[in-house]
Design a protein around this ligand. Structure first.
Ligand code: AGP
Length: 370
């Protein structure tokens, strides 16, 4: 068992550290040699069929759903077609409006999640084409979907998903760019710019991992609390949801993810002296708005950890108690970096509390029952 963990204490930590490789492997062979276009030869869908799609449903569970929320942002920004995301266990019970030009994207690490599989079948029954993003070749989802993009994260053993989630983000970036290029929404220069930023991500993740100690200290301090908040705006809100789920799953500390502008509509009442708030501030166009939301929590005594872009540290220091800076990338791609400190935070909090990090109570790696 120790050998399989390659010297790491837990599979989760090993898998967190495997993310640079997972990013590289998922991109490998899918970017043209000149770095100016995305190639997805695995898609059976023709360019004409892709051009005919005018709405998307992304359906998944848990962490995979959170990857889907980032995917919504990617597709809507790059392709400019409307995307809905849905919880797989709800999808087939709400008579989703599926037209012949709807593409349903299911996301599943294992490819065996019962609710996701049932949603896939319901979508096909209603006439939709289904594209799957999954980590397991030959899984039920991979076999039944019309098109498949495999994430090359490698086997994920820890119940808490880390490298599968972040590789799903890479898959969405590739799909969004391929789609935007196919329908003429983005030209080669624009695509090349995003691809260059994507290719820098693995090294940027390595840089974050090298600073794990900073996060470990924060994690130890939050582990004494019974409730905390993750806040963000725009795509940072989607990442906040993933950070919150990860923490709940393995540390058993209650937390909530909130769109920062929504706090004042009720939840602010729960912030009191010392309540930890993890605030993501990676979206530059929403930076000032986030600062004012952070001030609202600080005024009630919150203890704020800011996840910020490099270069903002001095300025942000006035508004937060502690901060962690992530390397600069394009706003669209930041989730692939900002999630890393959140994964480390939940790992070290669980460790500090003496829980079984890889096998949290009440949970299974793959949920094959409804
Ligand atoms: C992630 O940390 C969870 N263990 C869980 O939410 C998981 O992502 C969900 O059950 C979906 O699994 P899948 O990706 O294998 O379909």
């Amino acid at each position: 068992m120790t050998a399989e963990k390659a010297g790491y204490d837990h599979f989760m930590l090993k898998e967190i550290h495997e993310q640079p490789k997972a990013y590289r492997d998922t991109m490998l062979g899918r970017i043209s040699e000149d770095g100016r276009s995305v190639e997805l030869p695995e898609l059976k869908m023709t360019a004409e069929q892709l051009k005919g799609i005018n709405r998307v449903h992304i359906v998944a569970c848990g962490t995979a759903l959170h990857a889907g929320l980032v995917g919504k942002n990617v597709i809507e920004s790059l392709v400019r077609i409307p995307v809905e995301t849905d919880v797989a266990s709800e999808y087939r019970y709400r008579s989703p409006i599926i037209t012949p030009d709807t593409l349903v994207i299911v996301v599943s690490q294992s490819g065996e999640t019962a609710d996701t599989l049932a949603a896939l079948r319901e979508a096909q029954r209603c006439g939709a084409r289904v594209l799957a993003i999954t980590n397991v070749v030959g899984s039920s989802v991979a076999r039944e979907a019309d098109d498949v993009i495999i994430t090359l994260a490698g086997p994920e053993i820890a119940v808490a998903s880390t490298k599968a989630y972040s590789s799903q983000l890479i898959a969405f970036f590739l799909l969004g760019l391929y789609w935007a290029q196919t329908v003429g929404r983005k030209d080669e220069a624009e695509v090349a710019n995003v691809l260059a930023a994507m290719q820098a991500l693995p090294e940027q993740v390595e840089k974050i991992l090298a600073q794990s100690e900073v996060i470990k200290q924060v994690a130890e301090s939050i582990s004494h609390h019974s409730s905390l908040f993750f806040i963000g705006r725009g795509v940072d809100y989607a990442v906040a949801m993933e950070g919150s789920l990860k923490l709940k799953e393995i540390s058993y500390i209650h937390s909530e993810a909130y769109a920062a502008g929504e706090l004042k509509h009720g939840t602010l009442a729960l912030i009191e002296e010392g309540t930890p708030v993890i605030a993501l501030l990676t979206q530059e166009d929403l930076y000032e708005k986030m600062l004012s939301n952070i001030k609202e929590t600080k005024a009630r005594g919150a203890d704020v950890l800011g996840i910020v872009n490099e270069g903002r540290e001095e300025e942000v220091a006035k508004s937060v108690d502690r901060q962690f800076a992530i390397p600069r990338t394009l706003p669209l791609l930041t989730p692939a970096l900002s999630v890393i400190p959140l994964q480390l935070l939940s790992y070290y909090a669980s460790l500090a509390l003496g829980h079984d990090v890889d096998k949290p109570r009440n949970l299974a790696k793959s949920v094959t029952v409804e």
